[in-house]
Ligand binder design. Structure first.
Ligand code: TXA
Ligand code: MG
Length: 351
């Protein structure tokens, strides 16, 4: 298949012709990758089971892992769900459009092929205006996982999508680098108390401000334990299975820098290729291996923005070991550390 790569934004202008063509592809049962404010999505008609199958095939993703249905306005929510719990309504009012996905009891309109056999459906109204325009033009909700090959970091540029999806999908809409860089927050609002299933840019504090008590699915905090299954099926998979072994070093910053330099020097001496993930504040303290700053410690949003691109770069460089600094778990830091510890397969050393 020939994959068409089309730019949709120059400065402020959104090119409608490309979106109209993309919307037609989706209505006809095809696949289009498109930018959202979190990461690039791989879109298909959420109401078409056959189209959903194509998503799983293109990503190499297990079909028990449900897809998020993306909508462009509040009216599009009602047909997809059997009812809208109070917490869901309040959170939608506060944070939609935006980087928040909510799990609702599904209606019969949504096929099990989209929800991985579940009786619930995850719905998100993205903040990116081009994404919403595409959904509105398609006239159907768009099922979209992140547009990466299963097991690779989520794509934050159209070039990342091209690396993984060229030849497998009809079209890639290039809207430039995304804003946030980590996937949306997921909250299950089906029960009495809303439960956080995946941390993201809508933080725990922001959820609690609107919904009061919010629980955290214990499975997102640590390694998968027997009998403890994450409520978001996708969270049980290792998101990033790098060629390299990734190790997170946590502790007082001076000790972290010392340990990473020690480990990097040791592996270089054994003729391995080594990558170091650090920050603008610490970059000039490292001596060994490929050294990449992921952003500023004092601005977590810069770290979220660059994290997946840096992980992909180390994949391309085929390093054998990656040593990474750790970050605060507050606010957006919860999402950053969730993705990093999962990428590391929970290999964290404390110094
Ligand atoms: O930011 C995002 O959410 C991006 C952009 C494209 O919108 N999408 C994304 O999709 O990250 P994906 O498929 O990579 O991750 C969706 C997660 C998976 O962990 C999946 O298991 C969970 O959402 N999920 C989907 N439907 C669910 C449901 N009904 N119940 C529980 N978890 C669900
Ligand atoms: Mg994903």
């Amino acid at each position: 298949m020939n994959t068409k790569l089309v730019k949709i934004k120059d400065s402020e202008h959104i090119a409608d012709e490309a979106l109209i063509e993309a919307a037609r592809i989706i209505r006809d049962g095809g696949l289009v990758a498109f930018p959202t404010e979190t990461v690039y999505g791989l879109g298909a008609n959420a109401l078409d089971e056959e189209a959903a199958k194509k998503i799983y095939a293109a990503k190499g993703r297990p079909s028990d892992n449900p897809l998020i249905a993306h909508i462009s306005c509040m009216e599009e929510l009602e047909p997809l769900v059997s009812h809208i719990p109070e917490a869901g309504r309040k959170l939608a009012e506060a944070y939609w459009p935006g980087p928040l996905t909510m799990v609702f009891p599904k209606s019969s309109v949504v096929p099990y092929g989209t929800t991985g056999g579940l009786d619930t459906v995850a719905v998100r109204m993205p903040g990116d205006p081009a994404a919403r325009r595409l959904i509105a033009l398609a006239g159907v909700p768009i099922a979209a996982p992140s547009a990466n090959t299963s097991g690779r970091p989520s794509p934050t540029t159209a070039q990342h999508v091209w690396q993984d999806m060229n030849g497998k999908i009809e079209m890639i809409l290039d809207g430039g680098p995304v804003g946030i860089g980590v996937e949306s927050t997921i909250v299950d609002v089906c029960g009495e108390i809303p439960t956080l299933l995946r941390p993201g840019a809508i933080t725990m504090e922001m959820l609690r401000e609107i919904a009061g008590t919010v629980e955290i699915d214990p499975a997102i905090q640590g390694p998968p334990k027997d009998g403890l299954r994450p409520k978001a099926p996708g969270m049980k998979y290792r998101h990033y299975a790098p060629h390299a072994e990734l190790l997170l070093v946590e502790g007082e910053l001076e000790a972290v820098i010392g340990r990473i330099n020690f480990l990097a020097k040791e592996k270089l001496g054994q003729k391995y290729r080594v990558g170091v993930i650090c920050t603008d504040e610490t970059q000039n303290r490292y001596r060994y291996g490929e050294i990449r700053s992921v952003g500023q410690r004092s601005r977590a949003e810069t770290i979220a923005h660059n994290l997946f691109a840096v992980l992909r770069e180390f994949d391309d460089l085929e390093v054998d070991y990656i040593y990474s600094e750790s970050f605060s778990r507050d606010h957006l830091g919860q999402a950053i550390m969730n993705r990093l510890t999962k990428a590391a397969g929970y290999h964290v050393i404390r110094v």
